[in-house]
Design a protein around this ligand. Structure first.
Ligand code: SF4
Length: 475
């Protein structure tokens, strides 16, 4: 696997130079931030809602092993077949087997970030099965041959003009238009037929209730219902952390997710799937399967601090408010999850040796932690992972310690010596004042820092000298 470092830096620099991309992101993110703020006018209510959301997720995680067993029992009792996948490879293989047994050649998909984690479409394609995205944003990026740039609005980096040109180029007899309604109608026309023809439907899962064995899906488009109800086979995919204790817990989480994500009180559709079609029912699939994917989540779960990241309900508020994400966009992060939650998840799922560079895509301003509806301390987790990347605590994170640099360790050791001894400090600063400004701008150790910032100039006289001159004691 290619180490991310070089590519991430390169893609971030490229994104920063793309004025259109930056304009698109700035416009949309400003709107989303304002919409979210309008949904939470009362800070007391917001604090109470966040506390409730965090408590629900915390309680579910505290009981995760038992709840997963309970979920399997409830789902099985409802007629849903449950599969467990330790890795991405296993998850893909399980789904391929289900599709092969059903003789499926095409699959119509609802939105699923976990399937992005598995590079699922690509895998199916290699195995002769066509996966068609039916969420409008996902459909657009599939036509463009891209990956999602946002976890809720995958095609957010594209404006109407981009989409108009894309549709004109990729759809038969489609004239150019940038009218959103006409564009939506064009996608609808194509997708309607594909829904009818698909051999299987596929979806992600927002929450799975252990008590009732129900899969809860929220969506703003009818595609969620069409892809889970029209084909005779429905395969759902979720990360193991998405389980909740009771179906009633879903309501506060849904309101938090919708208000935080798109500034809506609730999404247009809330689907609760509790099994395949029963005798006498007129619609619904004949068979429903749920694949529960681990892919590093158990390891994250084992660490009480890092486990907090598993509370995530994928609302993307942390992305929308992040000063780094809103400037470089989602593609610059390269791995599945962009933004602050991506900085927490990707290095743990892929390994710090591979994806550890995204840990520096944060100013640690803490805005992400402030807006997270389930109170995940994202900035603290990023700091913890930065520490793991150079000084691992046991085996907590894959690839921990791989980013340790001997030179950097030496510099910090010298720094700590200097700052813990007044004598060394004065001696060191005396030298820096004399030679610091003479150092060339491209000194290898400082190059990355000074390439994007002005180098600070050392003052010729220290504040201690000035204080001493004025007769002020500083001891
Ligand atoms: S970390 Fe919090 S703010 Fe970010 S996507 Fe998850 S729930 Fe939303």
């Amino acid at each position: 696997m290619t180490p991310l470092g070089h590519d991430f830096e390169k893609s971030a620099v490229q994104a920063l130079g793309n004025q259109q991309l930056r304009g698109n992101f700035r416009r949309v993110m400003t709107g989303l931030v304002a919409k979210r703020a309008a949904q939470f006018p009362d800070p007391v209510e917001l604090a109470a809602l966040r506390a409730r959301g965090a408590a629900i997720r915390e309680r579910a995680l505290a009981k995760l092993p038992e709840l997963l067993v309970q979920l399997e029992h409830s789902l099985t009792a409802n007629g849903i077949t449950v599969h467990w996948a330790q890795s991405v490879e296993e998850g893909n293989r399980i789904i391929l087997d289900i599709l092969k047994k059903a003789g499926a050649r095409t699959i119509i998909k609802g939105k699923s970030m976990v399937s992005e984690e598995m590079h699922f479409n690509h895998f199916l394609d290699e195995n002769g099965i066509r996966a068609i995205e039916s969420d409008l944003g996902e459909y657009i990026i599939q036509l463009a041959g891209e990956t999602p740039s946002h976890i809720v609005m995958p095609a957010i980096h594209k404006n109407r003009d981009d989409i108009g040109k894309l549709f004109q180029q990729k759809m038969e007899a489609q004239p150019y238009t940038e009218d959103p309604e006409e564009l939506t109608a064009a996608a609808r026309r194509v997708l309607r037929q594909l829904f009818a023809d698909a051999d299987a439907g596929f979806s992600g899962v927002n929450f799975a209730a252990a008590d009732t064995g129900s899969l809860v899906l929220i969506s703003n488009e009818g595609n969620g219902r069409m892809s889970t109800h029209l084909p005779s086979l429905h395969i759902a995919l979720m990360g193991i952390e998405k389980v909740i204790e009771r179906l009633e817990d879903a309501a506060p989480l849904i309101t938090l997710a919708c208000r935080s994500a798109t500034g809506q009180p609730i999404t247009t559709y809330v689907n609760i799937i509790s099994g395949p079609r029963k005798p006498g029912e007129k619609d619904g699939p004949q068979a429903v399967h749920l694949v529960l994917l681990d892919n590093g989540r158990t390891r994250i779960y084992a660490d009480p601090e890092l486990r907090e990241g598993l509370r995530c309900i994928r609302c993307a508020a942390c992305l929308n408010h992040c000063p780094v994400y809103t400037r470089i966009g989602g593609h610059a992060y390269i791995y599945t999850y962009p933004g602050p939650i991506g900085e927490v998840l990707n290095p743990q799922m892929q390994g710090i040796d591979c994806a550890g560079d995204v840990l520096h895509a944060s100013s640690l301003c803490g805005r992400c932690s402030e807006v997270c509806p389930v109170r995940i301390p994202l900035a603290e987790l990023i700091v913890r992972l930065r520490r793991e990347s150079i000084r691992p605590s046991g085996n907590a994170v894959k690839g921990g310690g791989s980013r340790r640099s001997g030179i950097e360790a030496l510099v910090w050791f010298a720094w700590s010596l200097m700052y813990s001894s007044p004598l060394l400090y004065r001696w060191g600063t005396w030298w820096l004042r004399r030679v610091g400004n003479l150092l060339p701008a491209g000194v290898p150790l400082l190059k990355q820092w000074t390439s994007v910032r002005s180098r600070p100039r050392f003052a010729p006289r220290s504040i201690y000298d000035l204080a001493r001159e004025k007769g002020i004691s500083h001891e």
